[in-house]
Structure formats: structure tokens, C-alpha cells
Design a protein around this ligand. Structure first.
Ligand code: ADP
Ligand code: MG
Length: 283
């Protein structure tokens, strides 16, 4: 069953002059159709300005399409009566952890979302504990978020979204400001939410290594979906990826270069281990 249906979505930003007259329209999303299944781990790739963030903001009705339709569990995001339900179904995590943390103590910060939803106090604390556990941050629950690393803050932000018990979490470049260790922890937390709690994940990222575990990858360019497939299908086409200004994982790139240099080797590999296996069968 699909949880999110994006149908022929178009979104236009208006650039206005000082008198408020429209000078120019920018079509940031230019006709996107995507069906996301419940429980899926979906990754969205694309260079800067390709429309990823604009599309993401449609998934919990921060933006509404200029034309076309977005359904979240059959709820049309243009209808205001669904707004609360939609926001409860789809949680959002953004790039900068500092802008997302409001509490002065970690557990208060995580409690903020369910409090706003009017969840009874006892249940709030159950949810806070469960959410902190899910992102492996229980030990920090009484600390001040200020003292945490970027990766830890981002996991607190994810716990805050989880405490609202969404069925789907959209993460817009959640690791862009993190160091490699912070990135790894955040990706592990996301993967676990998907595998153990069956939460649908939509991950927007620049980091190819984070995409390898996804069920499906969509590549955006100029507001359109230009490629769609499994990570293996998408990355094995190194030349097309480069055309859209994107890298592929390092082992895939190396296999591609070796093949180009004349080695008889498969190029649809994703990991170091697969590369080693390919190299070992050469004679
Ligand atoms: P991405 O997240 O892939 O980098 P965005 O969705 O942020 O892409 O932007 C897509 C396009 O929309 C870009 O051309 C960008 O300049 C334009 N854009 C984004 N936000 C605004 C805005 N608030 N007003 C006008 N244009 C915008
Ligand atoms: Mg963006």
C-alpha cells in the first residue's frame, strides 16, 4: 500500500520586485510523480537547486503544489482539515540540528512534539524514553543539548520526531553538517527505524554511501525525476550519474575506471567487498 502519492506535482516560486509585481517564476518542481510504499526506504539525490527540498516540504504540507496533487495516506495536502493528521503522519528532519532543538534539557526537547499534539503526560514520558532508546541517546536524557556533538543533536531531533509516532520520516540532508562519525551514527539510527519499527524513510542526501541501503533511489535534475531504480541500478550507470553532476560510491567508481582501462570486471558493484571479489576472480 502506498503511504505517499505524488502526482504530476509542479511548484512555482514567484520572484517579486519592490512593488510586489511578479518578475519571474521559478519552477522548482516541474512535474513529479512518485509512489512511496509503506515501509520503504527511499533516497532522493540531485545536485544543488534540483528541487529536492521544495519537494520534501510538500510531504507534510509546508508547501502545497501549484498544480498536481500530493496524497499522504489518501489525504490531499491542499485540504486544511487534514493538516494536523498529515503532520502527525509525516515527520520532518532538516539539515541544521541547531535550528531544530528548542528544549534546554534533552528529554524536554524530545517531549515538545507530543506535548503539542496533546498527548497525555504519562504517555509522553513513555514515548520520550522509547524514542531516545531508538536513537541510542538514553544516556544523555538529562543533559543540555548545547553540549552535544552535531551527530548527537541530530539524533535528538530524530527522537523528537519519533516521539510524535509518525509513520513516515522525511530527512532533508540530515548529515550535511556532520563529521564522518556523526554521519554514520545518524544513518544507523535511520536504518534501524526503518528495519525495526517499519517507519517509511525518505532520505535526501549528497552522500552516496548513505544511499546503498535504500530500497529505491530517485535522482532529480531541474525539478524532474530523471532516474529511478535500486541503488545498484542507479550507480552502475556511472556516466549518466556524472551527467547529472553526481558521484557514485568509491568502489563503483574504481570498478568503472578499471573496466574502462580494459579489465574484464562487473561494474554493478557497490561495496569494497564486492570489488575485492571481482578483482580476485581475474586471472
Ligand atoms: P535543492 O534542495 O535540490 O538544492 P531547492 O528545492 O532548494 O533545491 O531549490 C530548487 C529551485 O528553487 C532552485 O532554483 C532555487 O533557487 C529555487 N528556490 C528555492 N527556494 C526558493 C524561494 N524561497 N524563493 C525563490 N526560489 C527558490
Ligand atoms: Mg535542499
Amino acid at each position: 500500500m502506498s503511504i505517499i502519492k505524488i502526482k504530476d506535482a509542479i511548484y512555482e516560486y514567484f520572484k517579486r520586485d519592490e512593488n510586489g509585481e511578479v518578475m519571474e517564476t521559478v519552477q522548482a518542481v516541474a512535474g513529479v510523480t512518485i509512489d512511496i510504499e509503506q515501509g520503504e526506504f527511499v533516497a532522493i539525490l540531485g545536485h544543488n537547486g534540483s528541487g529536492k527540498s521544495t519537494l520534501a516540504k510538500h510531504l507534510n504540507a509546508i508547501l502545497k503544489p501549484t498544480r498536481g496533487t500530493i496524497y499522504v495516506k489518501e489525504m490531499d495536502t491542499r485540504e486544511d482539515r487534514y493538516l494536523l493528521d498529515i503532520r502527525q503522519t509525516t515527520g520532518m528532519v532538516f539539515q541544521n540540528p541547531d535550528n531544530q532543538i528548542i528544549g534546554t534539557v534533552v528529554e524536554e526537547d524530545v517531549a515538545f512534539g507530543p506535548e503539542n499534539l496533546g498527548v497525555p503526560t504519562k504517555e509522553i514520558w513513555d514515548r520520550v524514553l522509547k524514542s531516545l532508546e531508538a536513537v541510542n541517546m538514553t544516556a544523555y536524557r538529562e543533559q543540555s543539548p548545547n553540549k552535544l556533538s552535531g551527530g548527537q543533536k541530530q539524533r535528538i531531533a530524530i527522537a523528537g520526531v519519533m516521539a510524535m509516532e509518525p509513520e513516515c520520516i522525511v530527512l532533508d540532508e540530515p548529515t550535511a553538517m556532520l563529521d564522518p562519525l556523526g554521519r554514520k551514527d545518524v544513518v544507523e539510527a535511520i536504518t534501524e527505524l526503518n528495519q525495526k519499527k517499519k517507519i517509511t524513510i525518505i532520505l535526501i542526501t549528497h552522500n552516496m554511501d548513505e544511499v546503498i541501503g535504500a530500497d529505491k533511489v530517485y535522482v532529480m535534475d531541474h525539478g524532474k525525476v530523471v532516474l529511478k531504480g535500486t541503488p545498484r541500478e542507479i550507480f552502475s550507470d556511472v556516466e549518466t550519474m556524472k551527467q547529472y553532476g553526481l558521484e557514485v560510491p568509491a568502489p563503483t567508481e574504481l570498478a568503472y575506471r578499471l573496466k574502462k582501462a580494459g579489465l574484464s570486471i562487473r561494474t554493478d558493484i557497490l561495496t569494497k567487498d564486492e570489488l575485492v571479489e571481482q578483482l580476485c576472480q581475474l586471472n
